[in-house]
Design a protein around this ligand. Structure first.
Ligand code: F3S
Length: 429
């Protein structure tokens, strides 16, 4: 690899043992990828430290499994515990495992919650922002076009690359923790122009308007192109942030889409020719009425009972606009006694919801606005849940499989209706 003087100094241990371990890890990672150099990054989003009781107990023979031990042995893949300094790059902590106030409702133990608090204090002490969300771009971390980032979380990565034009691969816990200390990440993949051109053409032949429409299109595109780069044409409706959020999250879960282009919409696709660059599309795939119907039926293939006992909204974490919409849909209503409603968002967006009275409106109806996590990540659902209703294709992909429950996929309005009536009455419109 071609290393700069500051990179050599870190690798030689001039900046301490932790940075040396971090550089060693990043060099091994670069060599495996075939990267010849690093890029500087000052925007890292990961999940450093201990966070779960499992890791704490696993490393309990090393400093009691504290933050430093887990950061050294697990994050940095070191064979010894080293002193961990504050981070050098601007860094934030993505989603965690429980809501800090409703942990008992989510079925967590006091021991797990106390560990969660200790870990969070350590993360903050090391200079890492506690965002606790899969949507950092809704909580104040908004990169600019061309900015080199090192992000985890597939839904955030695809948003950063596609909607903003930022540059990140889907990093892991180890590479993000190492990047937090060093401000370096391999110059490979989506950091480089030649990796960012489209591979597959998607021709949309039906109107795509609602959030549900965008989620279904994303789910179709991910399944069709897998880990490639789709270029979507034929969209006649300008998607807003929420629609991009649901489209990208769905495409990243049914496939492994990390970057998409929409002709005339996303920043690197002012035209079809520019989106594809020197490449010719390897395949042209159409999305018409039959494909739309098939995706809807696929997402609803695991629902049989129409008695809904749980409604989960907020995957990816809800924006303030979506919370406002949910609060309006619940206005003057009460949840069915047989149904629970959990809506997930970040702490910062919840504070806006608190200020605007939306949290209270949701509570008054019998629902909860929760933060930090989601049902899939924390594997937490209300006790006895057999049937869930969801407005997210991504959550529909994961939650029933993780928890062994049935699921319905529909619009936010249909989900709120299910929470109020206790019954699923959704259909494709
Ligand atoms: Fe976020 Fe959970 Fe969905 S972490 S993207 S709400 S699976």
């Amino acid at each position: 690899m071609n290393l700069t003087d500051d990179e050599k100094a870190m690798l030689d241990g001039h900046d301490g043992a932790a940075k040396r371990k971090a550089m060693e890890l990043l060099v091994r990672y670069s060599e495996a990828l075939g990267a010849e150099r690093f890029v500087d990054t000052n925007n890292v989003a990961g999940v450093p430290g201990s966070s779960t009781l499992f890791l704490k107990n696993y490393y309990k023979d090393h400093n009691g499994g504290n933050y430093e031990a887990i950061f050294s042995l697990f994050d940095l893949d070191s064979d010894e515990v080293v002193p961990v300094p504050k981070v050098s790059a601007y860094s934030c902590h993505l989603q965690g495992g429980m809501d800090p106030n409703e942990w008992a409702t989510m079925g967590q133990t006091k021991e797990a919650f106390e560990h969660f608090q200790e870990d969070e204090a350590q993360v903050a002490d090391h200079g890492i922002q506690i965002m606790k969300t899969c949507t950092p771009y809704l909580a104040g971390n908004v990169p600019v076009k061309g900015e080199h980032c090192a992000w985890m979380e597939s839904s955030a990565v695809v948003f950063c690359n596609s909607v903003i034009g930022g540059r990140t691969n889907t990093e892991g816990r180890e590479s993000t923790s190492a990047a937090m200390l060093t401000g370096k990440i391999p110059d490979w993949g989506f950091h480089r122009d030649e990796f960012r051109h489209g591979t597959h053409a998607i021709e949309v032949e039906v109107p795509i308007e609602t959030v549900q429409d965008w989620g279904m299109l994303g789910y179709f595109v991910g399944g069709a192109v897998e880990e490639n780069i789709p270029v979507i044409s034929g969209v006649t409706y300008q998607p807003n942030l929420v629609r991009h959020k649901h489209f990208g999250a769905a495409a990243a879960s049914s496939g492994g889409v990390e970057l998409y282009h929409m002709v005339g919409i996303t920043p690197e696709a002012p035209s079809r020719e520019i989106a594809f660059g020197p490449r010719n599309p390897v395949e042209t795939i159409k999305y018409g009425a039959a494909e739309r119907r098939k995706i809807y039926d696929n997402l609803n293939s695991i629902g049989t009972s129409t008695d809904v006992d749980f409604v989960m909204l907020g995957c990816p974490h809800y924006s303030i606009e979506q919370i406002w919409e949910a609060a309006r849909l619940l206005d003057g209503k009460k949840l069915s006694p047989n149904t629970k409603l959990w809506i997930f968002t970040s702490r910062s967006v919840k504070s806006m919801a608190d200020t605007n009275g939306y949290t209270k409106a949701i509570r008054d109806a019998g629902g909860l606005l929760l933060t930090d996590t989601c049902s899939a990540i924390s594997q937490a659902i209300p006790k006895g849940t057999k049937v869930v209703a969801l407005d997210s294709a991504k959550q529909t992909h994961y939650l029933p499989a993780f928890m062994g429950i049935e699921a319905w996929f529909g619009t936010t309005k249909e989900c709120v209706d299910a929470a109020v009536t206790g019954h699923w009455r959704g259909e494709l419109r």
